[in-house]
Design a protein around this ligand. Structure first.
Ligand SMILES: Nc1ncnc2c1ncn2[C@@H]1O[C@H](COP(=O)(O)OP(=O)(O)O)[C@@H](O)[C@H]1O
Ligand SMILES: [Mg+2]
Length: 472
């Protein structure tokens, strides 16, 4: 850093050595003139004596003035940042002054450097905080804002008042209370109107020192939107889970009661009931497993995948795992994929779960003795979605097709809703939790991909999953 030249080091520039000598010799001139006037001294002796005094002053003052000149140059150079110059003055006192000035100078340079470093590190720390922090003056003008605040409210935030930045009445009232010193601090939850449109928690605190600057209060904000979303997800999860679990549970308790009473000694009924109870119990555990899986994927929604997944390998594993189930319905799974399929940025275990859910459905709901076709193709882009963001750039499209009756567009649109199942499949007694496609959709959303479904009488139903090659 470079120090500004301090004013106090400006030494009088016009003081000339000769002038000083003349000034010092002036009283002697007056005395000699008087002495000559009263005839105590002859004019010649007076002039000679005066000259002697001038010469004496010249000899006596010249080294001192020279030292002063050197000292002045030294201080001037120091103030301009030349720290390495050597100072060697013959006069001891002048040398001591030079040393004192030098250490004073170093002291201030070190102090300013430390202050500058501290200010820089404080700003850096504030900028790394994920939550917005704003500093305001007595009139509510925004004096400073960290990076998170500029991101949320825009970079022009420091050019306006806090009222303009966040126009919520309850918030402004809380700020006013602190600025008018009616309260030391205020905390509240409020809804920031558009264009921010967020539920925020704020803490407004009057600065604890009598600031010499203009800063009066610090406002910290915390975005509650995400926390509220998680809270809602959790309560929905509990509501759905308990609702869905109640049905099999009431079936099981009904049979237990029958076995304890009317069917107590009925051997055949007991066998039959126990097998139904076992089936219901296994359905309950499948339901719990699906619900947990769904909630886990929902929780991971905000952390995009970073690992690589081998789609080719995943498809082979899924087909192997479901081969037996397909055979039991006399179905064949045919895979069509390019010989070389490069890896994609994805969570491999989630991609496997996704392909498995879709293939499992194809086996469950497809026509028996028909063919299931899984085909993988490169895609130039992912078709956009109205409800979530899809990634840009190259993608792969995995289509899973099975034969079967045409499904109405209204039903197609609702297939990924939680617990939604087609009535015809419920009527046929095909077991299912109605969560497989919701799980698939959540996985696709996390990967910024998309899912399309089409159905017609000739080709049955086709689910196409688009996954980005890289997440951008
Ligand atoms: N390949 C398919 N062919 C016909 N209908 C399907 C297909 N896949 C899903 N469905 C319908 O969508 C519903 C929801 O599927 P899903 O979420 O996987 O739940 P589940 O399979 O447990 O019922 C199914 O119950 C079924 O009615
Ligand atoms: Mg399913």
């Amino acid at each position: 850093m470079k120090l500004k030249k301090p004013k106090m080091l400006e030494i009088e520039k016009n003081s000339k050595f000769s002038e000083r000598v003349l000034v010092l010799s002036a009283p002697a001139a007056v005395v000699f003139t008087m002495l000559t006037m009263f005839d105590f001294l002859s004019p010649l002796s007076a002039v000679l004596s005066y000259l002697a005094i001038v010469i004496f002053n010249l000899i006596f003052l010249s080294p001192l003035t020279l030292e002063l000149q050197r000292l002045k140059t030294y201080i001037n150079n120091l103030s301009e940042g030349d720290y390495n110059q050597a100072v060697k003055l013959s006069d001891n006192e002048a040398q001591e002054i030079a040393e004192a000035v030098r250490s004073l100078h170093y002291f201030f340079v070190a102090k300013i450097d430390a202050l500058e470093a501290k200010a820089m590190s404080d700003t850096a720390v504030l900028d790394t905080l994920p939550d917005p922090i704003i500093m305001i003056d007595r009139s509510g003008n925004v004096l400073g804002a960290n990076h998170a605040a500029s991101l949320l409210f825009g970079t022009h935030i420091t050019e306006q008042t806090i009222e303009k930045t966040i126009s919520s009445q309850t918030f402004i009232e809380a700020v006013r209370k602190v600025l008018k010193e009616e309260s030391e601090s205020e905390s509240l939850v409020f809804s920031a109107p558009a264009p921010i449109s967020k539920k925020l928690y704020t803490h407004i605190k009057k600065l604890p020192w009598l600031s010499k600057g203009r800063a009066m209060a610090v406002i910290s904000l915390y975005d509650l939107t995400k926390a509220l979303k998680i809270e809602k997800m959790q309560s929905d999860f509990v509501a759905n889970a308990s609702h869905e679990l109640r049905t099999p549970l009431s079936v099981i308790s009904g049979f237990i009661e029958t076995l304890q009473t009317s069917a107590k000694d009925d051997e055949t009924a007991r066998e039959q009931f126990l097998s139904i109870m076992a089936e219901q119990a296994s359905f309950m555990s499948a339901l719990i497993e699906n619900l947990l899986s769904l909630s886990k994927i929902e929780m991971s929604q905000d952390t995009p995948p970073t690992t690589k997944a081998d789609l080719s390998k995943v498809i082979v594993e899924v087909v192997d795992a479901l081969a037996f189930k397909a055979k039991s319905r006399d179905m064949q799974i045919v895979v069509e994929k390019p010989k070389r399929l490069s890896k994609i940025v994805a969570d491999e275990s989630q991609i496997k779960q996704l392909i498995q859910n879709l293939t499992d459905n194809a086996i469950k709901y497809g026509l028996s003795q028909s063919e299931i076709k899984i085909s993988v193709k490169p895609a130039d882009k992912i078709p956009p979605s109205k409800s979530f963001n899809v990634a840009e750039g190259k993608a792969v499209a995995v289509s899973i097709n099975n034969k079967g009756p045409k499904i109405s567009p209204q039903d197609l649109a609702r297939l990924t809703e939680r617990f939604y199942r087609l009535q015809e499949h419920k009527d046929l007694g095909i077991k299912g939790t109605g969560l497989g496609l919701s799980i698939a959709k959540q996985i696709i959303m996390r990967h910024k991909g998309n899912l399309t479904v089409s159905s017609n009488t000739a080709n049955g139903i086709t689910f196409t999953v688009y996954l980005p090659v890289e997440l951008k």
